[in-house]
Design a protein around this ligand. Structure first.
Ligand code: NI
Length: 257
């Protein structure tokens, strides 16, 4: 069930059954030689819609712009500032708290969103804590990246091994191919350089230098990945696994109270 395809009466009715909402959050940024610029938004949106259908959950509109300044050296990439993202998440959550929602599950497709999302959650909790109002209905926020839970993470590494890489991965490109088969891009590409242990240690997925450095270091936009291995079938398997695993994670988040 999609919030933006519902009427306010339907949302009011949903709130009698559940106070939980799934919010896909992604990015609009280059994804290597054959990856769509919307990859990081398409992946969490596809999985979230599947959870909505399989688990009867309500899914909010996707946050399609992310914190991606390091990719601005590639045409078509769009970034919001971390402070913009923090404010956007606060306003998104606060608006729906007013409707009666209290559990917000951000289904993430982009590592650069993790730090600002966590900062936004702390801002939201700070408001409640400062009011010192014990009768306030508690608000709970969680962010999970679609690739991080154990079964989905194991599946993508089983499928693509050392060529999964870090950015413009075959698994995320595969999910977009499954979601939008008419938009599949075919392009010859060489095997990339593998990402060194040293680079991985110094640059976790949410930690990058500026756009100039990033394009110089990764000229075709990939980080250690071979997205030519992506197939729509692989994408379908990943989506199915993530829907099941993240749907259960969403349910346990709601059950925490
Ligand atoms: Ni990505």
């Amino acid at each position: 069930m999609l919030l933006h395809h519902s009427t306010w009466h339907e949302v009011e009715d949903y709130l009698t059954r559940s106070k939980g909402l799934i919010i896909p959050i992604g990015s609009t940024e280059q994804h290597g030689p054959n990856g769509l610029i919307g990859t990081d938004s398409i992946c969490p949106e596809t999985i979230a819609r599947g959870i909505g259908e399989r688990f009867g959950a309500l899914v909010g509109p996707t946050v399609t712009l992310g914190v991606a300044q390091f990719n601005l050296g590639f045409p078509g990439s769009v970034s919001v500032r971390p402070t913009t993202m923090i404010a956007l998440i606060q306003d998104y959550v606060s608006s729906l708290v007013r409707s009666g929602f209290d559990h917000f599950y951000f289904l993430n497709g982009h590592g650069g969103n993790l730090a600002p999302a966590r900062a936004a959650f702390q801002e939201i909790y700070t408001e409640t804590s400062l009011r010192h109002a014990a009768d306030d209905h508690p608000i709970r926020c969680r962010i999970r990246s679609w690739w991080e839970l154990p079964r989905t993470n194991a599946l993508r590494h089983d499928m693509f091994g050392e060529w999964e890489g870090v950015h413009a991965t075959p698994s995320e490109v595969a999910i977009t191919q499954h979601a939008y088969p008419d938009a599949i891009k075919v392009r010859d590409m060489n095997k990339p350089e593998r990402v060194s242990e040293e680079y991985l240690r110094d640059h976790p997925s949410d930690d990058h230098y500026d756009a100039h450095h990033h394009r110089e270091k990764f000229p075709d936009g990939r980080i250690g990945s071979d997205p030519s291995l992506a197939t729509p079938d692989a994408g379908a398997r990943l989506v199915d696994c993530a829907i099941d695993e993240m749907g259960k994670d969403f349910q346990s988040f709601l059950a925490e109270g």
